[in-house]
Design a binder for this molecule. Structure first.
Ligand code: MBD
Ligand code: FE
Length: 297
């Protein structure tokens, strides 16, 4: 062997038993599911740190993002959820949970993520009512829209009676009512219950694209990744009906900016809809026909 002038680099060897030792600390009373999830989490976290040679400073910076997200979260803001959303995690978990993602016409309506702005106890309204109860000043009146269609059983095609459609969207300024002191409580939210024929209809506004809140950790990450915070115009729905699987979903305006570039990766083809100019109804500028299909248990 030849002598070289340069001393060999000291090669770092990770203790090959370390990760398993941490996993093995789990006690016998952990439930199987908790054991499975944490074993996998520990494995992935350790691999992530080793593969990227994560430094103490970088780990601390990540922790600070999480802690800041926690500090700024309350009942009106779920910053942790937003952070997950911009990494596509809520969309992925939605897909895994419901496994209904499909654009086939013989399937139930596809699901989409809940997002951080749903509120329990939206007002019950009579079919045909409007969810617009006030408009924030300065951003226009919005385009008044008649949304209507049917809720049917996807297998039998029969109408679903007693289906509750829980609906919400933003004002023309791009803010949900809980984000905006100018809007009346529960503005642009409502719950509508179908009758025997399974039909529904309500007035709302044609939604607009808007940024997710970017004044916190999610915004910092977006900036660091050279990404924008915008979502395409959408209306949220939760459909529930006795004997049927609930559907959490959103519908998206085909002509909206960001339809192919959603900051939270929620758009599916079957959920893209066409708003149509609407004549003959003094209460609406546009109509949006959309039918929902539910799956019985
Ligand atoms: C939203 O309005 C939304 O619907 C989602 C999923 C994430 C952030 C803001
Ligand atoms: Fe939304």
């Amino acid at each position: 062997a030849q002598n070289t002038a340069v001393p060999a680099q000291k090669e770092h060897k990770f203790n090959p038993n370390f990760t398993q030792a941490v996993i093995n600390a789990t006690g016998p009373k952990a439930t199987p599911r908790v054991r499975q999830l944490t074993t996998s989490l520990i494995q992935h976290l350790h691999d992530y740190a080793r593969e990227n040679e994560l430094t103490v400073d970088e780990w601390m910076a990540g922790l600070e993002l999480m802690n800041e997200a926690g500090r700024m979260s309350d009942n009106k803001r779920n910053e942790g959820q937003l952070l997950c959303d911009i990494f596509g995690l809520e969309s992925l978990v939605d897909e895994i949970t419901y496994k209904l993602a499909s654009s086939a016409t013989d399937e139930p309506t596809a699901t989409a993520i809940l997002g951080p702005f749903w509120r329990a106890d939206a007002p019950h309204k009579a079919m045909g009512e409007s969810i617009v109860t006030g408009l924030p000043a300065g951003t226009g009146d919005g385009d008044r829209t008649w949304v209507h269609g049917t809720v049917t059983d996807f297998r039998t095609g029969k109408p679903v009676e007693g289906a509750v459609l829980d609906v919400w969207h933003t004002a023309p300024n791009g803010l949900y009512e809980q984000q905006d002191p100018e809007q009346p409580e529960m503005n642009l939210r409502g719950r509508f219950t179908t009758g025997k024929d399974g039909s529904y209809g309500f007035y709302c506004l044609r939604p607009v694209p808007y940024p997710i809140p970017y004044d916190g950790p999610a915004g910092k990450v977006l900036q660091a990744l050279d990404r924008h915070p915008y979502r395409p115009a959408h209306i949220h729905f939760i459909l529930t009906a006795p004997g049927y699987k609930p559907i959490v979903t959103q519908i998206f305006d085909r002509n909206s900016k960001y339809i192919e570039d959603d900051a939270v990766f929620a758009v599916k083809d079957s959920l893209i809809v066409d708003f149509k100019p609407f004549q003959g109804d003094p209460k609406a500028d546009f109509e949006l026909p959309y039918d929902f299909k539910m799956a019985s248990y």
